[in-house]
Design a protein around this ligand. Structure first.
Ligand code: KIV
Length: 275
């Protein structure tokens, strides 16, 4: 098993920033303590993504996710890991109104979870807010390309930059968040040559999801790469088929209970010796 080289301390946002153009940055999402603990030895960053709204809570988009949910899951993940940088997503409606609103809510996230950074969606339009947060002590991971919180404006979860005419605006988004002080930027669902071009030009690490192998790092939703999503996007590589394994285990358990094969003698308690 190939793990991340052991580090005595927790990885920080400046550590990630310093990895630009060096060895690839490994990131995954995590929403719970057990998956966070398992991933901690192998990844550099764990993102408590607002994708939890779709993956855990069964919503059709990330729009309904609340700040309270992000804080609850952020706290659970941050308290389970010792090494990886924990980043918590700012949910829709918690930062777009003004830099002040963003700071108030991002400060709550950092204070109440113990995470090391927040993530928010948007390029040029969020640059002022990113600068405001970073200047006040909040490390920010930016997110451009497909920004799922804009699903109602975009009309769906569409790949971005498949026509060269769209490239300049997306390149400008990446430039703007880097200039504003973001320590890295997620490139989601971008045409591959555009993701490569942005990675070459961008002074901060790019973290690809459905983007390019040339990105400075990669991120996937953990449940997708574990095979728990029945309809994963094209960009997901499944490293396990946990859905089948879970179903098999549940079916075996049901059969054992119905056949009185479980619990066995090794699973029940006898009397104390000598009584
Ligand atoms: O919410 C999320 O999990 C994300 C990743 C897919 C980057 O934003």
């Amino acid at each position: 098993m190939n793990s991340r080289p052991a580090s005595a301390r927790r990885i920080t946002a400046p550590d990630i920033r310093a990895r630009k153009g060096r060895d690839p940055i490994v990131a995954l999402t995590s929403y719970h303590a057990h998956t966070a603990r398992l991933a901690d030895a192998h990844v550099d960053m764990l993102l408590v993504g607002d994708s939890l709204g779709m993956v855990l809570y069964g919503h059709g988009s990330t729009i309904p996710v609340t700040l309270e949910q992000m804080i609850t899951h952020g706290r659970v993940v941050a308290s389970a890991v010792a090494h990886a940088l924990v980043v918590v997503d700012m949910p829709f409606g918690a930062y777009e109104e003004s830099p002040q609103q963003a700071f108030r809510n991002a400060a709550r996230v950092l204070k109440e979870t113990g995470a090391g950074a927040v993530k928010l969606e948007g390029g040029v339009r969020m640059a002022e807010t990113i600068r405001f947060l970073v200047e006040r002590g909040v490390p920010v991971m930016a997110h451009v390309g497909l920004t799922p919180q804009s699903v109602n404006v975009l009309g769906g979860f569409f790949v971005q930059g498949r026509e060269e005419a769209q490239w300049a605006a997306i390149e400008e988004d990446a430039r703007a968040v880097a200039e504003a002080g973001a320590f890295c930027v997620v490139l989601e669902a971008l045409a591959e040559p555009l993701a490569q071009k942005i990675t070459e030009a961008c002074p901060i690490p790019t973290i690809g999801i459905g983007a390019s192998a040339a990105c400075d790092g990669q991120i996937l939703v953990m449940e997708d790469m574990l095979g728990l999503n029945p309809r994963p996007p094209k960009f997901v590589k499944a490293y396990a088929d946990l859905a089948s394994e879970i179903e098999r285990a549940i079916a075996d358990y049901a059969e054992d209970v119905r056949g009185r094969a479980f619990p066995g003698p090794e699973h029940v308690y006898g009397l104390k010796k000598g009584k």
